[in-house]
Design a protein around this ligand. Structure first.
Ligand SMILES: NC(=O)c1ccc[n+]([C@@H]2O[C@H](COP(=O)([O-])OP(=O)(O)OC[C@H]3O[C@@H](n4cnc5c(N)ncnc54)[C@H](OP(=O)(O)O)[C@@H]3O)[C@@H](O)[C@H]2O)c1
Length: 338
């Protein structure tokens, strides 16, 4: 009987050539400062997909994937954290950021590799990573927030210093991060435009408050965008690839282009003269620290932002859910529900 209580089920990555396996594994053992969260919902990020296809640094087997999660705290490792027991929480998946708000320390890690993540019945996290779940969101919506909303919040407001009235371009609006970038920038009073590979997703972005958009698969998408919108003050891009070479052409002088991913490849050759003459900035960013996470949550709650959930799978179906990311057919977040 006791033995059974020490077992849980989880989606385990066992090797590079095999999909995630839903199986019994030992329940995590807590150390002082830890908390155990019973997962109610977990959400996918492209990181989970990159890891399953072997395109991520530091992959180790076996690993339980998953950075995003929401659930109920069932145990803590220290008496000082007892107030968390029974609380409904979301988890900041980043830890070990360090003291410098400008960039993470060498100890920075993301839940779901190297440490076991949220695609499981229970996950062990540091009590410092716990945040109260926004009460107006259901489990699936709350689980969608952590990694993507944190990253786009920092990209928009900490890195690009986006202000009300700024004209903002979000590339790849169908992505989890893209939908949040649209929602946060619209809530901040910006004039938001998008690119997407699908006309339906441009329409969906307009329902979130974007003014209009163009299809990045069209040869002349940058010219179309200039006709539609003029120039942009801020661009949020997680695609890079060949298309990035045209972004300086759609910038206003002094614009900030914030990057945090390379879904479509790496940086192409850029016209450096355009960058310095028009004083454009390309700014890298990574997730965010715990202060950014708190600020993101405050902003989301203040503006009653409801994350866009594309599809909900059972927790046991993580392999199927990750596969959906392969062709990027989603608009918003793919979620697993316990
Ligand atoms: N560094 C960090 O802290 C951090 C944090 C979060 C994410 N990321 C990275 O950021 C990227 C997005 O992550 P995610 O989880 O939001 O991904 P996701 O939900 O899987 O979305 C991927 C999206 O990429 C877009 N895309 C594909 N090719 C494109 C192109 N040529 N131009 C513009 N957009 C294109 C598609 O948009 P449409 O569907 O609209 O066509 C697609 O939906 C990934 O590379 C991820 O690894 C990094």
């Amino acid at each position: 009987m006791t033995f059974l209580l020490l077992i849980m089920k989880a989606n385990v990555l066992e090797s590079a050539d095999k999909p995630l396996v839903w199986k019994e594994v030992p329940k995590p053992v807590l150390q002082p400062g830890d908390a155990l969260v019973q997962i109610k919902a977990a959400a996918l990020n492209r990181r989970d997909y990159w890891i399953t296809i072997g395109k991520y640094a530091g992959i180790k087997y076996p690993t339980i994937l998953g950075s995003d999660g929401a659930g109920i705290v069932t145990e803590v490792g220290s008496d000082a954290d007892k107030h968390w027991i029974g609380q409904e929480v979301i988890i900041n998946p980043g830890y070990g950021w360090g003291d410098n708000p400008n960039f993470q320390s060498d100890d920075f890690k993301i839940l779901g590799l190297p440490e076991d993540g949220t695609f499981a019945e229970y996950v062990k996290v540091g009590a410092g990573q716990l945040h109260p779940k926004p009460t107006y969101l259901n489990w699936e919506q709350a689980a969608s927030l952590p990694l993507a909303a944190l990253t786009t919040y920092r990209a928009l407001f900490v890195k690009a210093n986006t202000k009300p009235g700024d004209k903002v371009l979000v590339t790849g609006a169908g992505s989890g991060t893209g939908t949040f970038a649209v929602q946060l920038a619209v809530a901040a009073g910006c004039k938001v435009y998008v690119t997407s590979g699908s006309a339906d997703k441009i329409e969906a972005a307009k329902k979130l408050g974007a003014i209009d958009g163009v299809n990045y698969k069209d040869e002349d998408w940058a010219e179309q965008l200039t006709k539609l919108a003029g120039g942009f003050d801020v661009i949020i891009d997680s695609a890079l690839g060949e298309g990035f070479a045209k972004l300086p052409d759609v910038c206003n002088p002094g614009a900030r282009m914030v990057i945090f991913g390379g879904t479509a490849g790496n940086l192409p050759p850029l016209n450096g003269r355009k960058l310095f003459w028009r004083q454009l900035q390309i700014i890298g960013t990574m997730m965010g620290n715990n202060d950014d996470f708190k600020a993101m949550l405050d902003f989301v709650i203040e503006h009653k932002i409801v994350p866009v959930v594309d599809e909900v799978f059972l927790l046991s179906e993580a392999a199927k859910a990750v596969q959906k990311m392969e062709n990027s057919s989603q608009f918003g977040k793919i979620v697993l529900k316990a």
